[in-house]
Ligand binder design. Structure first.
Ligand SMILES: Nc1nc2c(ncn2[C@@H]2O[C@H](COP(=O)(O)OP(=O)(O)OP(=O)(O)O)[C@@H](O)[C@H]2O)c(=O)[nH]1
Ligand SMILES: Nc1nc2c(ncn2[C@@H]2O[C@H](COP(=O)(O)OP(=O)(O)OP(=O)(O)O)[C@@H](O)[C@H]2O)c(=O)[nH]1
Ligand SMILES: [Mg+2]
Ligand SMILES: [Mg+2]
Lengths: 298, 272
């Protein structure tokens, strides 16, 4: 296959004890290919290669080929691997679970069509319920056929109430749901919204209206992990209009390398909070950079 | 590209960035970068890229479909959320506008409200629909739909399936089973297998095309969500490496938002 990946890069150091510009340069050519195939933005790839080169070649790297077996030796390959890995992890930051609820708080889910908002809303609801919170799901997608029914079925499967009513004013529905949640002293209200393009002015205005009506404590953007290079512009488009405080990387149970996540994270500075790994409502986890780093490096 | 007469390293690097940003992928980007180099000057580059891209796409263009006797069976497949159900609604509308009788098979028996969603589309476009019960065997629904189509003077059967990732072996096998099941009633079925591919997808699209083709004979791609900002350049890689043509393009969420794939318009937009 075209991508021989990170393993091949590292294999170039077999039998060598020194990292120099030449062997690091060759190894990084493999890594470069691997990153581009993982949908990582070319600009980020270039910065990354520069930083790893600096780490490996710029510094005095002490590598001794095992003379004393009790001495902790770092092989050239290990040092190279660790440098690549650490740089990626640094770029991505660590995940953060939502903090405990104070008062009745609002979590808003937004994103492009089909990225997993409705399913993720249910997953988050289940996760928070298991943490002891009283949760309300709100069916605020007034556009997609059977969207309310989809959330209703999911809510039922996890024992979480779903607020849903007819009408095409999403903001009004959200406002009403929030009033009801406050009256019941619920902990968290999760708003499931319609999928939308960041360039669709009407729908982005609808999103603004929902934000104005509910003043969310947390606004999360769902990003499909198989997205290509445009993921960055999409995320920036949403970040320009919303105060994003978290990304959720979905469908990570696929075999997409997920490189777009790296681009979104570095372009917007928004932390990746969670990843979802399947259609079942249990399949959500707090994001771990190490996992995604090794996946991106292939 | 800045106006110079020779292609220096920085111009080539600019071109390379444009190719990757359109999701062209390493192999195809290299191919087109070669074409750009051959062009010799920046003025000729644009034309060279478009010409080479068009050449790649023409390599897999399909002849117009032959008429089938009896209902034409179309299977719609793809990963989760790519736009299958919506694309079926749009396709049904086209056929109905052309005077055909259309029947939809709600063979996504898995996802919450999937059957309801297709039911609403059937009402919108005036198509018949065969549903199974939630959790039932998708192959059985497909079978019932084809059987009903045969006895009801239906021209086209569009079979909706659940989204599935190519990493889910058992679900991929299920697709093969659906195809084999409809073959029992109609030996040449499915006459078409459309892979609905989200236009935002990156390099994983090539794997999707490869893996889905292993299970069913994918005859064409519906490239959805091209009304967004992504360019969908992956279809060039798919043309080169998997040999599947794009048949339709989804350009919105409404019933009219489906257009025929037009390679010339596509490559112009690609390098816009
Ligand atoms: N395999 C897998 N499938 C997922 C995951 N998350 C969501 N899905 C599936 O992806 C498809 C789309 O999910 P939805 O929750 O409907 O997406 P959405 O963003 O609400 O879609 P719109 O409301 O139309 O914008 C469904 O088939 C889900 O079951 C995931 O982590 N893994
Ligand atoms: N903007 C835009 N949205 C689209 C297009 N095609 C589909 N969608 C939207 O994408 C989302 C997912 O569409 P579905 O038809 O449910 O996708 P699916 O492949 O059937 O999803 P699953 O059955 O869950 O795997 C919906 O919100 C659709 O309205 C398109 O061409 N453009
Ligand atoms: Mg939804
Ligand atoms: Mg569907």
């Amino acid at each position: 296959t075209l991508t021989r990946g990170f393993k091949n890069a590292r294999d170039r150091f077999r039998g060598t004890t020194r990292l120099n510009e030449e062997n690091v340069g060759e190894a990084l050519r493999e890594v470069r290919m691997s990153l581009l195939e993982a949908d990582v933005d070319l600009g980020i790839v270039r910065d990354f290669l520069e930083r790893v080169t600096e780490r490996c070649v710029g510094s005095e790297v002490q590598l001794k080929a095992g003379k004393k077996k009790d001495q902790q030796n770092v092989s050239a390959g290990d040092y190279f691997t660790k440098s690549c890995y650490d740089e990626l992890v640094a770029l991505m930051g660590q995940g953060e679970d939502l903090p405990p609820a104070k008062g009745t708080r609002v979590v808003l889910l937004a994103g492009l069509q089909g990225t997993g908002k409705t399913t993720t809303a249910a997953k988050l609801a289940r996760h928070l319920k298991h943490r002891g919170e009283k949760v309300l799901l709100v069916a605020a997608d007034v556009h997609r056929p059977a969207a309310r029914e989809q959330l209703r079925v999911l809510g039922e499967s996890i024992g979480v109430e779903v607020f849903s009513r007819e009408g095409d004013d999403a903001a009004a529905i959200c406002a009403e749901a929030l009033t009801s949640a406050r009256e019941q002293n619920l902990d968290t209200v999760i708003l499931d919204t319609a999928g939308r393009l960041q360039i669709d002015d009407n729908l982005m205005t609808e999103l603004d209206a929902i934000v104005t009506a509910t003043e969310p404590d947390h606004t999360l953007l769902t990003c499909d992990s198989m997205m290509g290079r445009e993921a960055v512009n999409v995320a920036k488009g949403f970040a320009d209009r919303l105060l994003l405080d978290g990304l959720i990387l979905t469908k990570l149970d696929g075999d997409s390398r997920g490189g777009a996540a790296l681009a979104i994270r570095s372009a917007t500075g928004v932390p990746i909070r969670y990843v979802t790994l399947g259609e079942d409502t249990e399949r959500i986890e707090v994001f771990r950079a190490e996992g995604l780093a090794s996946r991106i490096l292939g | 590209f800045s106006r110079r007469n020779t292609l220096d390293a920085s111009t080539l690097s600019e071109i390379e960035e444009i190719l990757f940003a359109a999701d062209l992928g390493v192999k195809t980007a290299d191919d087109l970068l070669e074409a750009a180099k051959q062009a010799g000057s920046t003025d000729a580059v644009h034309a060279a890229l478009e010409a080479r891209a068009l050449e790649i796409l023409s390599g897999v263009s399909t002849p117009p479909e032959a008429d089938v006797s009896g209902p034409k069976i179309v299977l719609i497949v793809g990963v989760n959320g790519s736009g299958k159900t919506t694309s079926i609604g749009k396709l049904a509308a086209r056929h109905i506008a052309a005077g055909k009788n259309v029947l939809l098979a709600a063979a996504d028996t898995f996802r919450a409200a999937a059957i309801d969603q297709l039911g609403i589309w059937a009402e919108r476009v005036n198509a018949e629909i065969v549903k199974g019960s939630p959790g039932g065997d998708p192959a059985a629904v497909a079978f019932d739909a084809v059987k009903a189509a045969q006895s009801r003077d239906v021209d086209v059967v569009l079979i909706d399936t659940a989204g599935r990732l190519q990493t889910q072996g058992n679900l991929m096998d299920e697709l093969g089973k659906i195809a084999r099941t409809v073959k029992k009633l109609v030996p040449d079925a499915p006459h078409e297998v459309l892979l609905v591919l989200d236009g935002n997808t990156g390099q994983n699209a090539i794997r999707q095309a490869q893996e889905f083709s292993r299970q069913v004979d994918v005859t064409g791609i519906v490239l959805s969500k091209l009304d967004g900002t992504a360019k969908g350049g992956v279809v060039l890689g798919i043309a080169q490496e998997v040999g599947i043509p794009v048949r339709f393009v989804g350009v919105g969420e409404g019933v009219e938002d489906l257009i025929d794939f037009e390679p010339g318009a596509f490559v112009r937009a690609l390098f816009d």
